[in-house]
Design a protein around this ligand. Structure first.
Ligand SMILES: CC(C)(COP(=O)(O)OP(=O)(O)OC[C@H]1O[C@@H](n2cnc3c(N)ncnc32)[C@H](O)[C@@H]1OP(=O)(O)O)[C@@H](O)C(=O)NCCC(=O)NCCS
Length: 156
């Protein structure tokens, strides 16, 4: 039997594990990954939290989020390619949503590159599009992509 998936709040001491996921999860063509200093910098701010999913000791995925007043935002969500489509991203998103609600959020927002398969996950989890920034992202090949703003209600 395989070890259970655990999702714990991550602290500064977990940054190496988070970066292991980060470097594998985000396609360098789009420059969406953050470096360790960026993560540590934001982690020190009020209302910011990070979750790390592991199986046994192995880090599989992470999420980074923040709340200001009653508006929460999912900043990053990543799962290592070899561990995708097994529900890790969904479980992290569920935990972010639950924690956002516990912290007093009315809504959870995020922004995603148009065409990112993550859109399927977000739409399936009740997010709907609230905005669009045309040509916000540019790939390594120079092709541009819109940034889509999505929102879900977390407190009914
Ligand atoms: C988006 C991401 C976090 C999803 O993680 P995951 O662990 O594979 O997600 P799940 O297994 O929970 O997927 C749940 C559902 O979302 C949808 N989904 C997820 N990835 C998908 C894909 N590549 N294509 C189509 N649908 C997808 C499916 O409906 C899936 O259910 P199913 O597997 O039963 O069909 C992962 O693909 C990732 O790290 N992507 C790169 C980083 C990124 O772009 N993050 C989002 C922007 S911050």
């Amino acid at each position: 039997m395989s070890d259970p998936l655990t999702i714990e709040t991550a602290a500064a001491g977990d940054i190496a594990a988070v970066m292991t996921v980060m470097t594998e999860a985000f396609d360098p063509a789009f420059g969406e990954a953050w470096n360790a200093n960026q993560c540590l910098g934001i982690l020190g701010l009020p209302g910011v939290w990070m979750l790390l999913a592991r199986r046994a000791a192995e880090p599989l995925g992470f999420a980074l989020a923040r709340i200001v007043m009653d508006e929460a935002e999912l900043l990053l969500l990543g799962v290592r390619p070899a561990h995708r489509r097994h529900g890790v991203g969904s479980k992290l998103l569920e935990r972010v949503t639950a924690e956002a609600e516990a912290r007093g959020a009315a809504r959870l927002h995020l922004e995603v590159r148009d065409g990112n398969p993550a859109l399927e996950l977000y739409r399936a989890r009740g997010f709907s599009q609230t905005g669009c920034r045309p040509d916000y992202y540019r790939g390594a090949d120079g092709k541009s992509f819109d940034a889509l703003s999505l929102t879900t209600v977390v407190k009914k």
